[in-house]
Design a protein around this ligand. Sequence first.
Ligand SMILES: C[S@@+](CC[C@H](N)C(=O)[O-])C[C@H]1O[C@@H](n2cnc3c(N)ncnc32)[C@H](O)[C@@H]1O
Length: 348
Amino acid sequence: MTALLPNRAYRAAYKAQQAAFLLNCLAAHRILRTVSGTSYRPGSDVEALARRRYDELLELDLRNVEQGYYPRSLLFQVPLAEYARVMPSLVRDFPRTIVRAKNKNFKDLPAEVELERYPPYFRRNFHWQTDGYLSRRSADLYDVGVEFLFLGTADIMRRQVIPPLARGLSSTPATSRPKILDVACGTGRTLRQIAEALPDAKLYGLDLSPYYVGAARRLLRHAAPDASFLVENAESTPLRDDTFDAVVSVFLFHELPRAARRNTFREMYRVLKPGGTLVIEDSAQYSEAGPIAGLLERFAVDFHEPYYRDYLRDELADLAREVGFSVEHSGPCFVSKIVVAKKPPLAS
Ligand SMILES: C[S@@+](CC[C@H](N)C(=O)[O-])C[C@H]1O[C@@H](n2cnc3c(N)ncnc32)[C@H](O)[C@@H]1O
């Protein structure tokens, strides 16, 4: 229906939707800070930069639609009914999360899971979330929790990988069905949006959590019925060399230890075709944080992110160069950053 609205009306509708999201999330953040007893208050310079980057993100989102990178409908695809459905479970789960955080109990994982199947760094309650990444319940609650954390911009940030992806695919030799791999696809929210923007692509999702892969399969069931999924460690996969036209990864690297970050970059390089495009989105790092550096450092403490402090200084663009990529772009995107790189083409 929004496709029929004139430009000014749909812009206004979009901004009103995001303002409503923002106000609700800010109120909930305030309650959370009070309940958890967090004393941190961002300074006015932090708030000013966060506000400016937030406004820039919304403008960029609108511009991307106007430039034809993705359909207008994506801007209004907020799964409100789904969020309303899981909200009571999230609220019921909240006291357990607070107790876990207060006791610093990050090994509170489901007894029935065979933990030895996973690398040690993965066997923990990232974000203090119940069951870590290791249950269907966790996968069900994850999306709404992340949207709340990012003040209603999580899906907006995720879809910012689409323009560089589209440009990368259009600059490589034409393939009838370009293959795109999402490394650490989680519940599939990035792939779901790529499916609408690039309907001709064949999509692949990979994640170490079988429960999150299950959620991604369900989410993509109609939008991309032939999407393929793998439960694998991104550090070492059974995928063949030179397979994909593009590889994307969103919000993975801040959760990996140093060596695993490097292994994953090597693996992404290996499975990309020569000339293929890599698009990484993850938390901003010191290089572009400026005054929000303190805010990012708080995140490591408040949300049990043990590898995050090291991540902040382990520049993603350098990691890409180390394994052979040529980096085309690295820059901020609200509280995240985007790195775009190419695997060099074969010499003719
Ligand atoms: C913060 S979530 C991001 C998920 C998703 N990309 C998104 O935008 O919501 C991190 C994801 O990385 C996955 N993950 C962590 N370590 C991994 C590894 N070594 N190999 C594959 N997936 C991994 C987790 O299971 C989780 O789904």
